[in-house]
Design a protein around this ligand. Structure first.
Ligand code: PLP
Length: 229
């Protein structure tokens, strides 16, 4: 089941990349494994997946020790400053930085752990009340402030697009984020290395890739419906 889904997703990625004139290797598939038991992650691992997305500190703490260092753990959910210490040495990338306070806390923990942590700034492009993320207009300012922190490095932008029936509805959202990304990239800010655009989920990853996504975060299209206790 999972293998079949994975095949279809990989094919979709290839076709979307072909339409966008870019090699498929420019898109990283992140398997979103929140709420799933370890056996499902193992299945994905066996199928070649090495990038896992989780939205809870506890799940990263519990699951990451069970896989080798070859696995990359992506924190994609809202993060509380007091919990960063538990995952600072386990995550490869935090996608959900949306305040200076959070970036400062990451900087502090990363400094203690002797590392520089790559982060993405989460942008609430569609300005939904229910979503985390900075407004488009605030993004560059926040990137510039984070750039001054020695143990955090901004590597791109992330968004969670609205839940829509027709993924085409999200095309302008993805396009807008790509424009902002290019804008900021072109400013060549010190200690900012813009190369990642994390956008697109099960419902809309094809459109997101056509609009420039370099990371797609896919859960249900890969594993089926999630099980919430
Ligand atoms: C759950 C989640 C996803 C994956 O959602 P699906 O629709 O199951 O693909 C992607 N990004 C974030 C931030 C999530 O919380």
């Amino acid at each position: 089941m999972m293998e079949k889904n994975l095949q279809r997703i990989r094919q979709d990625i290839e076709e979307a990349c072909a339409r966008a004139n870019r090699p498929p290797s420019t898109v990283l598939l992140i398997a979103v494994t929140k709420t799933l038991p370890v056996e499902r992650l193992q299945e994905a691992w066996d199928a070649g997946i090495r990038d896992f997305g989780e939205n809870k500190v506890q799940e990263i703490r519990d699951k990451s020790p069970l896989f080798s260092g070859e696995a990359h753990w992506h924190m994609i959910g809202h993060l509380q400053t007091n919990k960063i210490k538990y995952i600072i040495d386990k995550v490869s990338l935090i996608h959900s930085v949306d305040s200076l306070k959070l970036a400062q806390a990451i900087d502090h923990a990363a400094g203690k752990a002797g590392r520089v942590l790559p982060v993405l700034v989460q942008v609430n492009v569609a300005q939904e009340d229910s979503k985390y993320g900075v407004a488009l207009e605030e993004c560059e300012g926040l990137v510039r402030e984070i750039a001054l922190l020695p143990h955090v490095r901004v590597e791109g932008l992330m968004t969670v697009a609205p839940f829509v029936f027709d993924p085409e509805e999200n095309r302008p959202v993805f396009r807008r984020l790509k424009e902002l990304y290019i804008d900021i990239k072109n400013k060549n800010i010190d200690n900012v290395n813009m190369h990642a655009l994390s956008m697109g989920m099960s419902n809309d990853y094809v459109v997101a890739i056509e609009e420039g996504a370099t990371m797609v975060r896919i859960g249900t299209a890969l594993f089926g419906e999630r099980f919430y206790k």
